[in-house]
Structures are given as structure tokens and as C-alpha cells.
Design a protein around this ligand. Sequence first.
Ligand code: MN
Length: 747
Amino acid sequence: MADQPDNLSTHTLLDPDEMYASLEEKLRQQPHPIDIGRVHAAYEVAKTAHSGQKRKDGSPYVTHCVAAADIAADMGLDEDSIVAALLHDVIEDTNLQHDDIARQFGTSVADIVEGVSKLTRVQYTSKEDEQMENLRKMLMAMAKDIRVILIKIADRLHNMRTMAYQSPEKQRSKSLETMEIYAPIAHRLGMQRAKWELEDLSLQYLDPLGYKEITDTLDRRMPELEAFMDSMKEKIRIRLEKEGVNASIFCRIKHVYSIYRKMYTQKLNLNGIFDLCAFRVIVDTIPDCYNVLGIIHDMFKPVPGRFKDYISTPKPNMYQSVHTTVIGSEGIPFEVQIRTWEMHYTAEYGIAAHWKYKMGDGSTALRSGDEDKFAWVRRLLESQQESDATDFVHDLKIDMFADEVFVFSPKGDVINLPAGATPVDFAYSIHSDIGNHMVGAKVNGRIVPYDTVLQNGDIVEIRTSKSAPGPSRDWLNFVKSGSARTKIKQWYKKERREENILRGRAMLEDELRHMGVAPDEALTPDILHPVMKKLSFNEEDDLYAAIGYGGITAIRVANRLRDDVKSTRPDHRNAIEKVTDAAERREQQAKRNAKAVHGILVEGLDNCLIKFSRCCTPVPGDDIIGFITRGQGVSIHRKDCQNYINRDTSPENEGRWIKVEWADTISDIYVTTITIASKDRNGLVMDIATVLNSMNAKVRNLSSRSVGYGQAVTVISLEVKNAAELRYMMNRVAGVSGVSSVTRNGS
Ligand code: MN
């Protein structure tokens, strides 16, 4: 190979058959039965399909396929997964298609291989965290079958292991993708072993110097660290044996990326990180875990705050163990993880250790007891309120993505839509303007109908135009997202108004023309606005929109307009003049009454202050005159009042007398005063009161006094409605025995 680095020229090319033989051997050791013949057939198909293709290191391409299957076998995956792992690149890189695989190995295997190919095609660009999370979810959702993800991780792991043969650019981009996408997915699935390896391999290319600094230091300190680990391991082993605990003890240097991260997050240099070593004690039962914990704490001084019990509270990714950090005899802290074998298996392989695989014959590849344990873990996860746990359960049950679809914008942003979403949903999810001005859609570069159902990983492109006709009502029949539905309806509500105004006006104009009325004549503010107000519309557009919408008929509005138009025409006016005149008079009167105060209309003055003079106490029906007082409004006098008759006629005062008249409508009660001259006799006042009472006259005041000569004068203030009633009352009082005269005051 031309681009093969010189230092690799001595590299021994891998022999695929040898590798395959070793895989077969591994598969025979699996606890679940595997049809080796079927696996071998897959190997032969892959080998033939990839024949002639080479890896960058010069080895036959199929060695990568066998290596991926080998990793899948390490994960404990089922037979279909192993077969699919062997075939995982044939759709992408050879002439074989889904159907070819399905014919020989079944649709399940073919679906998995197709799924892996789809993930391979996803274009990755570095994004902010939220986008990364969506991208991870999209990959999970695209996978549909979790085995697709597991094989993709195996594939990526092998590619990272052999990344040394790639160009520096590819090393960097693949490492970034691995760090941001695949390591987090492996972590989410609880696959610690794969996660660590992916992280360390990526770091090696992303920060070669940082990576080298750590590995060099570890190498330099290795003799010391190994001596330390050996002595501690031996101490623990002896003590546990003495206590009668059956345990396996392992120790290791922590993985490079975890040290690297610690250095950066805690701003420490490598010498500041003491607990580089991790011990792992694996026992048979949970009580043994806590027993060992007590023994370790008895042997070494625990570091406060470092004890973590992930057995009683497992991590969201199902991880269980007890962690503690203690200080050894040399004063060096180290971490001890205590777990059962079951927990160990889960920690190493995560979901791959637990996923229930359906075999072709309907049986499952689960080891006995796994199903119950899995159910227990799921219940536990579901009971946890941490969002992380919820996320995990969400990811765990890949079916739950059945209600979501993840697609790309042309820029590479991942857009999350409800399952069944269409390009229209996509357009409105970007912006309502995009949706409203949409004139076409492309999916994966091809023009598609608007109702095309989007698939995970589709790249969706929307064509817009300023002159777009706007959303079609039909779109409501196929959009899946509530927001698209709402935005389309909003558009219609708003746009339909414009539409209805235009249509309403056109309908009204038609109707007017039909009646022989020129629209120009009728649709002027003078004619239109009074009609509009009578029909309770505030704006012309409201009226037109209502006609357009059918809220009011055009003919009803047109009829009214026609009447008003004709009433303003001169020839028509003559015919209805009398009626109009009578009406006008009534109207004028009503207008006048509206301005009356206490039943008095003052010429030229509206709403002025009115006072009835005490001298003559006028009542309706009296001829009256007004006098403009200084600051007291208009004083009303009878024209026969002494004060008017004997008025000062100097020009200065004459001008203060003004014409007043009684209004038509009078509701007030008027108080007036009369004077009764009579004989001074016993019982006279009683007789007058009886007469007034018989007429229901309301007396406000009554005073009677003797004036000498056997005569008396009685002054009475009483309420009357008008002059006629007053005259009647005065006549009745005049009839009382002994009364000589009844006069109004002021005269
Ligand atoms: Mn591959």
C-alpha cells in the first residue's frame, strides 16, 4: 500500500482463516448453543464478497469482519449477532444486498446488517452537547434492534484498535466521533470494558502528548506500582482466606482516559494522583460483598467520603459494586471495588450481558435466571427518579423510540420529530415561515411528495419561495406534529380573513349591482358606516369578512345599503318627504327635550342652571320668562310676575331677560304658593286642608294668621304638576265657606 507507513512494513499480515478458527473455538465455549455451520457459512460469504479488498495494513478485508465477530462473541452476543457481525460490511462494501443475506441467513440477520450499514452512513460533524445527545439517540433509534448498536460498537472497537494504519486526519475525526458518540453509548449500555478501550484509543489520537505523558509516567512507575499492587493483593488474599471468604482478587492500573480526565478536572499533575491502582474483589454472594468491605476497612484506613454502595443503589446503567478508597501501609491510597460475579459480568458487558435475544425458533439465548434479573433491574431503574435513569430506560427499550424519528437538516443538525412525520412537519419544526413558504421537499437528495414519511437518518431539505401559495388544507390530513398542525391552522385563520374580506366585498358588490345600485355609490363611508354600526360591525373589513365567511348574507347588507342610497337621491326624497318631515319633527323635539333642565328650555343655552323664582313660583303652563342671574344660573319667572312687570328696563338689565319655554316632557313636581283671604273663623284651616286632601294635593307648608277686622290670611305651598291642576285646586279652595279670594303669589 502506497500510504502504508514505513515502520509498519515489517508487519505480519493477518491470516483470516486462522482468526476464524480461533473465533469458532471461542463460540464453542459460549454458554448458549451456537450453530457453528451457519457461522462458518457467513464467514465464507463474507470472505468471497470482500475478496480482493484489503485493510490499510494490507490484510484481507475479511479479517476486520472476523475481528468484529470475535468482539461480539466476547460480549456474549447471540448467534444471529455473530453471523451479522461477520457480514456487517457486505451491504456497504460489496454487491450483496439485504435480500441476498435474507435468503441465506434470514431477515433478522439481514435487518441487522442493513441497520449497521445505515449507522455507517450517518455523517458525523462535531456539534454542541444537545446535538450530540440527539445524534446518539438517533443512532439508537435507527438501530431499531439493539444488536445493531452492539455490532457497531464491536466494529468501531476493532477500527480504533487498527487506527494506526489510517491517515492522521481520519485518525482524528474517527477518534472524535468515537469519544463523542460511541463511548457514551457504550457507557449508557453499561459496557465498561468497551467504553474504556474506546476512550483510551481515542485519546491516543486526540491528545497524543497528553496520552504519552500518562503512559510514559505509568511505564516509569510500573515496577514500583506493580510491587505495591502485588504486596497489597497478597495481604488481602491471606486475610480473606483466613476469614473463610471465597474470593478472586484482581488489580489493575486505572485506564488512561480516567486518569487524564482526573488530571484536567482536578487540575492535578500526574504525581498528584495517588490512586492509580484499582483492586477488584469478586465474590459469590451479596453478603460476601459487605463482609469483604468490613474486612478491608479493618485492614486499612478508609478515606472519608469515598465509600459508594452501588449494590443497594445501582447506577442507571445497571452497574453494581461497592467502592471504597483506603490508605495502604505506605500511605498510598487505592480503590477497592467489591462485587459478585454476576455484577462483574454486567459491569463488563452491560446490556450485552442481559439483552434477551429471540432465537429463530422462538427460544431465547438468555442464560438461566437472566430474565428475572433483568426485570428486577428494569423495575429498579423505572423507580428511580433521576433523569439519567429515565433516559437509560428510554434508550434501553429501543421500541420506545417507535414514537420518535430523528432526521438531519442539510447543515447536519439533528431534528427530533414524532414518528410518521413528513417533510411538512420538518419544515414547521424549523420555522413557521419555512412551512408557510414551502414549495418542495427533498429527502436524501431526491424530490419527494409532501406526505412522505421520514425515516431515521434522512437528510431533509425544504425548498421555499416568497410567492409560495401557503399551506394546503390537505396538509392537516398527514402532518404528525402538533406544532405543525397549530401553525397551519394559525395561517388559515389569519389568511382566511384576508381571503374572506376580499371575497365578502366581491359578493356584496355583486349583490348591489344585481339590485341596480352602483357599488361606488353604496360603499362610501356616509352610506356604509351607519349600516355597519346598525349591524354591530366596528370595521368595514369585519363586515366584509363576515359576508365572506357566511356570518351575514350579502343580500341583507345590500338591502339596507340600497334603501339608504335611494333615500339620499333627490327624486326619491320628494315622495317620502311628509313622512320624513313628521319624523324629523319628532326627532327635533326629542332632541330638545334631551336638553331641558327641570322641564325648561332656555334659548341658546344648553344645560344651564335653572332656578324657579320664589316670588311667582311658576308651574308648567304659565307663561314664563328667564332672568340671567349673577352666578345663580337662570331664574324662571311668570310673565305676570310683579318683578318682571316692574323690571328695570335699562339696556344693561333688559338684555338679561331671555326667552324660555316649557319642554314637552315634564316629569318634575313643581312647588307653588297661593294666598287665601277669608273670614277669621274657627275651623277654617281644617276645612281648607280637608278640601286639598280630597284632591290628593300635597301641602308643603301652610300658615294662617289673623289680620284684624275679623279677617284672616292663609298662605299655602303645595306641589302641582301644572297650571291647569293648580287652577282646579284654587277653584275648589275658593268654594270653602268664608273664603273671599284665592290668588297666586307674585302677581
Ligand atoms: Mn466495519
